[in-house]
Design a protein around this ligand. Sequence first.
Ligand code: GTB
Length: 269
Amino acid sequence: MTPTITAFERSPDGGQGLARDMRVRWAFEEVGQPYEVRLLSFKAMKEPAHLALHPFGQIPTYEEGDLALFESGAIVFHIAERHAGLLPDDADARASAIAWMFAALTTMEPPIVEREMALILERDEAWHERRLRRLEESVRKRLGELSGRLGDADWLDGGFSAGDLLMVSVLLRLKGSGLLEEVPNLSALRRPRRSPPRLHARLRRPTGGLHRRIGRLTKAHSGPGEERQLGVAGGGKQTLRALATGPGPNSSENAATGRAQGTRTEQAD
Ligand code: GTB
């Protein structure tokens, strides 16, 4: 059965792919699992039908047969458990990759989100600038620590895993802040072209916003004649550092989708 996830009908980011459905879509794309997307208005997200799936009235959710999940991390973990390519088979390596999933969501993401929220909600406060500087220092501290651990490696712990996927999806939220660019090994890294992976071929198909978005994500910061690509299981992989450079400024996630209240379905594959 094809799983269905939910996403914003009209994302407040104007289509930069910053909402948390992006990490779930990316996980599906990595493992080659087709999926459908039900787009929700803000009103529909707070109605009983959606609250039955998500107690907090948020996106993303995941439905497959009798299974209904919420929390992007739990959904990515579920996808990683059901398919090869996102978690190592070796038990110890798997446990380490899962630790990085938690690190992304519980250690890196909170200060990044707190800074974002301060920018959105507290701009008019007299103390805004001082608080923003403090929050930026918290983010810088975590970026520095992450950078120290990554060193010259391509991925956080051996090969690409769901830990890297979640970490990149969190770091992308810093796009435009300038903070990521302060950390050389987390910012753009020019790499030789690798053989086009399966996903790259899928991205060519004009079947939905994700493809355009990931296309931009993977091509962002590429130099002339150089094209970055996102890998799938067994294919050539981007590195954590390269992926963290993020989507371009003109992407069009849900902005190009319908305007009606309620839900509509986006055929993602
Ligand atoms: N812990 C949950 C998870 O990981 O799934 C958090 C889910 C969550 O925060 N969902 C947000 C939501 O539904 C969307 S992702 N918000 C509506 C609500 O709470 O009523 C957060 C988000 C929203 C918008 C942008 N943006 O526009 O840039 C980025 C991220």
